[in-house]
Design a binder for this molecule. Structure first.
Ligand code: FCX
Length: 437
């Protein structure tokens, strides 16, 4: 069985040659003009960054190395007896563009799980934080503290050659993903239970999701474990321009190690317009349930949405900077909810479904958002809530364990391809006026 290192060693020269060819044959060609509106409008649509593991189409949604979500669900390995993609298999796939065999998946899973224990200093730092500190802030701190043992930082200091960068970048990235699951579990026990002193030790025969579920006390629920596998596979990557992926790429371009790069990304994921939206969705749905009861009529939901919009708030879980159709990640989570009898009849999940029926119409009539459809955050929280993970300020942490997989896959490629430090041009208003005169 070839390992992840051997597989990458084989592919990297091919991709390096492809990039060289693209640069030499097409380097001077243009990919489009940049308008003033784009510069002052968050860079929408500017083709700016190289990002291999996934590409987002506005109509169709995300494709991972060319495969849609249903195609990944068809082709990627699951846990024995399970139905959902294993995040470990997704990680291999995002790193290499190749579907891992069952053997490779098993070996890779074992390697990741064996890396998932935390250094004592990280446990100490996490356990010393105020329990009331937002779980995402704890996550930022925990991941940054892993930098203490960064192989990339140590080897850079010792004078490593540029051609070798990807190797310790890979080692650190595997550590960062594996340990993020354990950090996440520790944060949960610290914030919402009696602390992490008695946290279950890692079971090396199980996958990252099953270990995480056991550590936070939900290991007996096969439905929950499968949800965590699906959740962690779906949130991995959404091309490079979103705040968390782009931050990893940007900070990494200064040759900051994977831990520092991903810790910075988690700060962006913690924003309400990005990953924190899944927490906001649950707050919104529970507020609606409290006011309207378990089975409100469509008309009542429409009125509730208007009330929210008229008070100047956004409808969390709806809209997207790139997508113009319902998010296929939402569709996959909704399908999960509908296919399991226990979730299908859950009042909070049903509420998500009822909202989906009417919200696009209201948002269209409201006329502001360019995309009135649900994004990934619209359904995910209600499923976690069903299984008893009811502390919704925690939800973005589960997004964060997953996003590490995609963002750090590209981090490894950034180093393998020798991409330079990122430094786009900014302009003052006066400079813009001078240029457009
Ligand atoms: N409810 C109400 N108004 C909305 C809206 C929504 N769900 N989505 C967009 N709008 C508004 C914007 O606030 C903006 O208003 P303004 O002109 O007064 O500033 C206008 O519509 C145009 O915005 P638009 O171009 O459609 O969207 P952007 O690219 O600027 O922003 C996000 C995209 C996702 C930030 C936006 O749709 C939003 O705020 N949605 C709610 C929060 C959310 O669900 N975020 C998660 C997104 C994602 F899936 C993730 O990263 O996790």
């Amino acid at each position: 069985v070839s390992t992840i290192r051997e597989t990458l060693k084989e592919i990297i020269p091919e991709r390096q040659a492809l990039l060289k060819q693209i640069k030499s044959e097409h380097g001077a060609k243009t990919l489009g003009n940049v308008t003033v509106e784009q510069v002052v409008g968050g860079g929408r649509g500017i083709k700016f960054m190289l990002w291999d593991p996934s590409v987002l189409d506005a109509e169709e949604g995300i494709r991972f190395w060319g495969r849609s979500i249903p195609e990944c669900q068809r082709d990627l390995p699951t846990a024995p007896g399970g139905q959902e993609i294993l995040p470990e298999a997704m990680f291999w796939y995002l790193l290499t563009g190749k579907v891992p065999t069952a053997e490779q998946t098993k070996q890779f899973q074992e390697e990741l799980v064996s890396r998932s224990e935390l250094p004592a200093h990280v446990e100490k730092v996490l356990d010393s934080l105020p329990k009331t500190l937002h779980p995402m802030t704890q996550f930022v701190i925990g991941v940054a503290a892993l930098n203490h043992d960064s192989q990339f930082a140590a080897r850079y200091k010792a004078g490593m050659k540029k051609a070798e960068y990807w190797e310790p970048a890979l080692e650190d990235s595997l550590d960062c993903v594996a340990k993020s699951f354990t950090i996440a579990a520790r944060i949960y026990l610290h914030s919402y239970k009696d602390g992490a002193a008695n946290m279950a030790p890692v079971d090396k025969t199980k996958d990252l999701s099953a270990n995480f579920a056991t550590q936070i006390g939900f290991g007996d629920s096969e439905g929950f474990v499968e949800l965590i596998r699906l959740y962690n596979s779906l949130h991995t990557d959404h091309e490079g321009g979103n705040v968390s992926a782009h931050t990893t790429h940007l900070v990494g371009s200064a040759l900051s190690d994977p831990f520092l790069s991903y810790s910075a990304a988690l700060g962006g994921l913690a924003g309400p317009l990005h990953g924190l939206a899944n927490q906001e969705v649950l707050r919104f749905i529970l507020g609606m349930q409290k006011e309207l009861g378990d089975s409100p009529s469509d008309e009542q939901i429409v009125q509730y949405i208007w009330k929210t919009l008229n008070s100047g708030q956004v409808i969390p879980g709806y809209g997207h900077a790139v997508l113009r159709k319902p998010d296929p990640r939402f569709a996959a989570l909704r399908e999960f909810g509908n296919k399991h009898p226990e979730t299908a009849n859950d009042p909070v999940f049903r509420m998500v479904d009822s909202l989906f029926k009417v919200a696009p119409g209201v948002l269209t009539e409201h006329g502001k958002t360019k995309n009135p459809f649900p994004n990934v955050d619209a359904a995910s929280g209600s499923l976690l809530y069903h299984y008893g993970l009811t502390q919704f300020p925690y939800y973005t942490v589960t997004f964060g364990t997953s996003r590490a997989i995609g963002a750090l896959s590209q981090y490894v490629w950034d180093r393998a391809l020798g991409l330079p430090i990122e430094r786009p041009k900014s302009l003052s208003m006066e400079a813009i006026l001078k240029l457009v005169k």
